[in-house]
Write a protein that binds this ligand. Structure first.
Ligand code: MRU
Length: 346
């Protein structure tokens, strides 16, 4: 399996996703600030991977703290949580992971643990979050794989694969799960402008696994659906509100509307850490606006005239009515999502 993010000695090592597929370069983060920068600059991306690396960065930062007293250590912990939380606003997995680390910290303090003991507990909690994410993706793959017909042409948008998680993937986990169940699957990968997660990352990891993959530009999805060449759509999510509205990579909404028009199932695959039941609907989900250079340029080549105004919202919200089902590690959840997602949280 592809290593997305892992501990190596006293550092967090991640594959630099900005450089794929041209080069396989690994970035070694020695501090929590370096992890925060890696998240912000998209060295690592994808909702679950962002959460996992934030937890690891927090544990790493605290492990290297020179504070001896609990009060100073706690103040540093708080600052590090704030730093990591400021990196990207949409993926709720980031805040979920930080919250879980905060609870671990509070429980350790409550139990009268020393600074060294707290460090150990934080590191093992971060490792646990990493391993649980891989296990969740595998369960999503098993459950989602069952929804895939024996022979299927699957469209996906962005990258919700091993690279976007601690391993195996959510949407791509469903594809891997279906293949492990003996199904014949081919994949259409939307290129996913402007950052090209589909063309660069999804195509890279699927072809790496020998999975039949065709890259199309985002505006081709409707054409292939109309020609009867897509049997189902599966995508990941950055945040799912209590009513089942789904925030995911910009362009997902258009794919979902097209799928409904053509009677094609539209599945969302995500771990429970992506469920945000405290947010009532998609209207409450903050949408990150990324630097305009991602739109104006490809590498160093300028595409747009200097005078044109540019927008770059990184995510959009797909209303729940377009979502056939949400696949989490605990089950396959259908409308009415207000009820089913409450059960999904357990
Ligand atoms: O901006 P990114 O690359 O972090 O956006 C990623 C996505 O939108 C993914 O589809 C989502 O995080 C799910 S990843 C399992």
């Amino acid at each position: 399996m592809l290593p997305t993010v892992e501990w190596q000695d006293d550092a967090i090592v991640m594959i630099d996703q900005r450089k794929l597929p041209g080069a396989e370069v690994y970035v070694k983060c020695q501090t929590a600030s370096e992890v925060a920068r890696a998240i912000k600059t998209m060295v690592i991306r994808g909702a679950p991977a962002i959460g996992v690396s934030a937890a690891m960065g927090l544990a790493l930062g605290m492990k290297k703290s020179k504070a001896t007293g609990t009060a100073k250590f706690a103040a540093e912990f708080q600052k590090t949580c704030e730093l990591l939380a400021s990196t990207r606003p949409t993926a709720v997995n980031l805040f979920w992971a930080i919250d879980r680390m905060r609870k671990c910290f509070a429980a350790a303090v409550q139990a009268g643990a020393s600074v060294d003991e707290i460090k150990t507990r934080l590191e093992s909690e971060a490792r646990c979050i990493h391993d649980e994410d891989v296990a969740a993706c595998r369960a999503i793959g098993r459950l989602g794989g069952e929804l895939v017909p024996q022979k299927a042409r699957i469209l996906t948008h962005c990258n919700a694969g091993a690279l976007a998680t601690a391993g195996y993937g959510t949407a791509l986990g469903v594809i891997r799960g279906a293949i492990e169940q003996g199904k014949q699957v081919s994949v259409f990968a939307d290129e996913t402008r402007p950052f090209l997660q589909g063309a660069r990352l999804t195509a890279w990891e699927l072809t790496h696994d020998g999975i039949d993959t065709t890259v199309i530009t985002d505006n081709m999805a409707g054409t292939f659906m109309r020609q009867g060449m897509i049997d189902l759509v599966v995508v990941g999510a950055d945040r799912i509100a209590a009513n089942g509205d789904v925030a995911n990579k910009v362009g997902t909404y258009g794919v979902a509307v097209l799928a409904k028009e053509h009677g094609i199932p539209f599945y969302v695959a995500a771990p429970s850490s992506t469920l945000d039941l405290a947010t009532a609907s998609g209207a409450g989900i903050p949408i990150e606006e990324r630097p305009i250079r991602e739109v104006t340029h490809v590498r160093s080549t300028r595409l747009t005239p200097e005078l044109a105004k540019i927008r770059n919202p990184a995510f959009d919200v797909t209303p729940a009515r377009y979502v056939t089902a949400i696949i989490t590690e605990r089950g396959v959840w259908r409308a009415p999502y207000e009820d089913s997602l409450r059960k999904a949280i357990g």
